[in-house]
Write a protein that binds this ligand. Structure first.
Ligand code: ATR
Length: 287
């Protein structure tokens, strides 16, 4: 933790390639300001061939950084180069949060925490019937969400993907409650489901979105999306039009940032409307 170190370096980062569009500095900058912490949080662009060197420098302590976030395309490499991690991150094989503690580089993945916290915050009780969930997509974001749904107690998690092989691989990886399917099984597995999550890029500005049979979900179901540009995606609109509860993807981005901030700066920040408004205004100015 930041306050347990002898020399406190309140300097954190987000590293990626490219990194120009990251909203993380805005999120952490807002918390640093509102909590009155004299820290910094900066974007660092590192090309894949230089990432191992970046991590070696970080471990040596010479740049004076206490930790940071890792984004595309470095999440798997960060996981491999870390010294310590929790069991869930080990299972995922990808890290998005790093920090130095007792001379070691610790790693975790907070995407699942962010996903769950967003739903808990925006639609409390969403997991009351933790029976069947449908996850569209089988990429990196999907893995963290499948794991989170499994940890929350969902009994059946159906992963539907354009490339069925990737869905089947995730079913193998995450155990008997997870099932993999091709896209044409979507209608069947959606029947009576309690949660539907889009983890693909479908619905990002300009992309064509299929019409899905949301009316066959349980009437108490919630539909959520990891896409947050636009905030109200086509999938959310389709679900909303037939009266289902929906939760947009922005909160996942905000909540996944909380554990890292607490590690680096020693205080737990809150996700509130003022932070949401700040990021929405930025998305409107720089979509
Ligand atoms: P991320 O790490 O952000 O999840 P990814 O690993 O590239 O990104 O995964 C993107 C997901 O979106 C995949 O499930 C991908 O399907 P494939 O595995 O078949 O590639 C899905 N996806 C992207 N574009 C899609 C489209 N036009 N139709 C259906 N699925 C799409």
């Amino acid at each position: 933790m930041a306050d347990s170190r002898e020399t406190v370096n309140y300097h954190a980062f987000v590293v990626g390639f490219p990194i120009k569009h990251s909203r993380s500095p805005l999120i952490h900058g807002h918390w640093l300001k509102t909590l009155g912490i004299a820290g910094t949080y900066e974007k660092i662009e590192v090309a894949p061939e230089n990432f191992a060197g970046f991590v070696a420098d970080l471990k040596s302590g010479s740049p004076g950084l206490c930790g940071g976030n890792v984004t595309i395309p470095h999440k798997e490499t960060a996981f491999r180069l870390a010294d310590e991690m929790d069991a869930l991150t080990d299972e995922l094989g990808a890290a998005n949060t790093l920090w130095l503690e007792d001379g070691k580089l610790h790693a975790t993945n907070t995407d699942g925490i962010g996903f769950l916290a967003n739903l808990d915050d925006r639609h409390p009780g969403w997991d009351r019937h933790a029976e069947r969930a449908v996850v569209l997509g089988a990429g990196g974001a999907s893995r963290a969400i499948i794991q989170a749904l499994r940890e929350r107690g969902f009994r059946e998690i159906h992963v539907v993907n354009r490339s069925v092989d990737r869905a089947l691989q995730l079913a193998d990886r995450f155990g008997p409650r997870v099932h993999g399917h091709a896209m044409d099984a979507c209608a069947e597995v959606m029947q009576g489901a309690d949660v539907f999550v889009n983890t693909t890029s479908l619905g990002m500005a300009g992309s064509q979105v299929p019409t899905l049979p949301f009316s066959t979900l349980a009437s108490s179901a919630v539909v959520t999306d990891i896409v947050y540009v636009p905030l109200k995606t086509e999938f959310l609109l389709q679900a909303e039009q037939i009266g289902l509860a929906t939760v947009d993807g922005l909160g996942m981005l905000l909540h996944q940032a909380v554990p890292g901030f607490e590690k680096w700066f020693g205080q737990r920040p809150v996700v509130d409307q003022s932070l949401r408004d700040l990021i929405i205004a930025d998305l409107e100015t720089h979509p």
